[in-house]
Ligand binder design. Sequence first.
Ligand code: BGC
Length: 257
Amino acid sequence: MAGRLDGKVAVITGSGSGIGQAIAERLAQEGADCVVDYIVEPEEAQDTVAKITAAGGKAVMVKADVSVLTDCTNLIEQAWTQLGSCDILVNNAGIERSADFVDVTEADFDAVLGVNFKGAFFLTQAFVRKLSAAKKPGRVINISSVHEDMVFPHFSTYCASKGAMRMLMRDLAVELGPQGITVNNIAPGAINTPINKSLLADKPKLDALLKNIPLGRLGEPGEVAGVAAFLASDDGAYVTGSTYFLDGGLIRNYHEQ
Ligand code: BGC
């Protein structure tokens, strides 16, 4: 059966685990070849490659720290040289650090803003430059967070990075629309992934959060991947400048503890 993404090539940052891994697997199931970006754990990225191959896709692994500009350019370049194109960019790599605002260090600020925002910014720039030269359309899908719009006390760096990602998405949707490049965000709430390891281990905190989620459970990475596949495919061709909240209703029902 023809897949919705047959003949497409996708770069998915941070695809060694969690949401990124699920998106890579899903895009491959829909027909895409994928570049798996990782930074520290080649074994995890290898696992993603195995899943892509099992789904019938081609996969290459590239080590890139998205907070480093030359790594961003190289990541996109590798997609073109090894897989022949780069049609879909999923800016998924993300980190968070908890600290009271008064204690946030310059190192924390640089790390969180560097991966979550600077990375998405310059990777998108490298992606668009290549598409413009090739006169091709493209899809940018940012994995932001409910915290692009919802407070998260003690995570000021994370909120700042995701809020910036929201405005970048809106701005680029307008600037890049005439080139046939769509730009959208998926804003997950609490998803069952490694970024929530400490939350999952803290039952009282988890129970309190679950009370605020109308659907009463965490989301699964595959559920985020389904929306990413939609936005990457022809079904999502007319969607640009939007944020898709994927949070079980959390953003409509947040109460500070
Ligand atoms: C954060 C999680 C948090 C969730 C809901 C996500 O963006 O990464 O740590 O549990 O939002 O607040």
